[in-house]
Design a protein around this ligand. Structure first.
Ligand SMILES: Cc1cc2nc3c(=O)[nH]c(=O)nc-3n(C[C@H](O)[C@H](O)[C@H](O)COP(=O)(O)OP(=O)(O)OC[C@H]3O[C@@H](n4cnc5c(N)ncnc54)[C@H](O)[C@@H]3O)c2cc1C
Ligand code: FES
Length: 258
């Protein structure tokens, strides 16, 4: 983990409240694993806590990385004001991302995401395809209007969409999409809200390789402050915990309580 003033190469709006930002800097050389995140200082002196944002793409040749974020509060709104050429104070890469080592050529992986959980799945999917793994994407959004990266995912492989209001793809959530799927996966990778993650966990009770990317409120982002703890599932005392920032954000299904 390092810190750098990275340079913004570009910023564009993809959908209402959704922005894609490309950053350049030497920090990219450290970025190896999909599912890791950056801890980014908002460009406002009064906002002290960094904001955790997932890596969406890593390009070691161009020495750039891409993030996709949704404006929520002051921090992300401040990100959205920035322009190409501006600098951003970035710490990272942080956390344990998705582990592809349990998969072999020809295996099938389901890549499941909802809303603002979709960005880290793009780099993941690219890496899976490089390993000759058959990828099927299951992406859920609130409505057609807020869908982003549809063409990008479709260019990588089979992609099924669900929207809550039925304006694009299947009406319902990704759970409905997964239920409609006949094929059986060798692994499932998911990122989204806790409801989505729980559905994934419940739908594949026999599957050993399910990896879930969790979100939690963070402060330090590197394991020192305990702001982001979750309890371990197999601990009857309820005293043992894991830190989402350091031990996660990706955990094997069944490992932690969320
Ligand atoms: C590992 C990880 C990866 C993430 N990846 C993305 C991503 O790729 N794209 C994206 O849009 N969002 C992502 N988020 C959520 C993002 O961090 C929050 O939306 C963002 O921090 C909100 O900041 P704000 O200043 O706009 O809002 P505020 O509500 O003003 O934030 C105040 C404080 O709460 C923290 N906070 C608020 N919401 C969250 C949240 N949902 N998760 C964690 N901390 C939060 C902020 O870090 C900050 O310290 C990720 C969160 C985590 C934990
Ligand atoms: S945010 Fe400080 S320990 Fe995780």
């Amino acid at each position: 983990m390092k810190q750098e003033m990275m340079t913004i190469k570009s910023q564009r709006q993809l959908a209402p409240r959704i922005f894609e930002m490309v950053l350049a800097g030497e920090l990219v050389n450290e970025m190896k694993q999909p599912g890791q995140f950056l801890h980014i200082k908002a460009p406002r002196a009064d906002l002290l806590l960094r904001r955790p944002i997932s890596l969406n793409q890593i390009d070691p040749v161009k020495q750039t990385c891409t993030i996709i974020y949704r404006t929520e509060g002051d921090g992300t709104k401040a990100f959205a004001q920035l322009k190409a050429g501006d600098k951003l104070d970035v710490m990272g890469p942080l956390g344990n991302g998705f582990d592809l080592s349990g998969l072999k050529s020809g295996d099938t992986a389901f890549v499941v995401g909802g809303g603002i959980g979709v960005p880290p799945l793009y780099e993941l999917s690219k890496r899976l395809i490089e390993k000759n793994i058959q990828v099927v994407h299951f992406l859920g959004f609130a409505s057609k209007e807020v869908i982003y990266y549809a063409a990008e995912f479709q260019a990588l492989g089979k992609t099924r969409f669900a929207t809550d209001d039925g304006t694009f793809g299947l009406q319902g959530n990704v759970g409905n999409l997964l239920l409609a799927e006949k094929q059986q996966p060798d692994a499932v990778f998911a990122c989204g809200n806790n409801g989505l993650l729980k559905t994934v966990e419940q739908l594949y009770p026999q599957l050993d390789n399910i990896q879930l990317s969790l979100e939690s409120r963070m402060a330090c982002g590197m394991g020192a402050c305990y702001a982001c703890v979750v309890h371990l599932a197999d601990d009857e005392t309820g005293l043992k915990s894991a830190k989402v920032c350091e031990d996660g954000p990706v955990f094997k299904a069944g490992k932690v309580v969320f």
